[in-house]
Design a protein around this ligand. Sequence first.
Ligand SMILES: N[C@@H](CCC(=O)N[C@@H](CS)C(=O)NCC(=O)O)C(=O)O
Length: 217
Amino acid sequence: MAKYKLHCFGASGNAYKVALYLNCAGLDWEPAEVDFFNGQTRDAVWRADINAMGEAPVLEVGGRKFAQSGAILTWLAETTGRFSPSTADQRIEALRWMFFDNHKFTSYLATHRFLFSVAPPGTDPAVVAFFKARADAAYSIADKHLSAHPFVAGAQPTIADFSMAGYVFYPADETGIDIAKSYPGIDDWRGRIMALDGWKDPYDLMPGRRLPSQVRR
Ligand SMILES: N[C@@H](CCC(=O)N[C@@H](CS)C(=O)NCC(=O)O)C(=O)O
C-alpha cells in the first residue's frame, strides 16, 4: 500500500492539482477512484467516511484525511519540502495566487466546463456566457502575470503552480477555452509545467472516464 492515497477522478481538475504534485514530487502515492458521475460525493456514507464537504480531492495519509486542494498542497509542501515557497515573500505570493485560483481562475473555468460539457442541454445560454466571461477575465489576469514570470510565485515552481495547473491541460473542446489560441503567457507556462519530471495528462494520471467534448458529442 502506498504512503499517500488520493481520492480522485480523471475529470477532476481540483484533484489533478494534488495528483500532479505527488507525481512531480516523486512521492509514493496511489489513486482511489471517486465515482463522481454516479453521485458518490453526495452519498451520506461517503461524506461521513471520506469528506463532510462532499468534494474530491481527499488525501489520506497515516490514518488522517485532508480536504481542499490548497490546504492539501500547503500541508504537503510543509511536510515534504517539495515545491515549498522558500522565503516569506514567496510564501505570501504563492498564497495570493492560490486564493485567486480557488475563487476565480479554477472555479469559473470549472463551472463553465461543467455547463459546457457535463450538464444536460437546456442551461440558459446567458448563464453559460456569464461564466465564460468570468473565466476569461481571470485567465487574462493570469496570462499577463505568467508572461512576465516563469512560474506563479517567481523563478521556481511552487505549490501555487500546481494549484493553477488544475484545469489548463484539459482539451479546449471540453473546457470551451482555447489556451493555445487566446492566452500565450499561460500557454508558455503550461510548457514549463509539462517539462517537469513526472508531468502527466490528467486522464493518464487519474482513473475514470473522459468528459464528452462539444465537438465529439
Ligand atoms: N475548493 C475545492 C474544490 C473541490 C471541488 O469542487 N471538487 C469537485 C470535483 S472537481 C467536487 O468534488 N464537486 C462535488 C460537488 O460540488 O458536489 C478544492 O480545491 O479542493
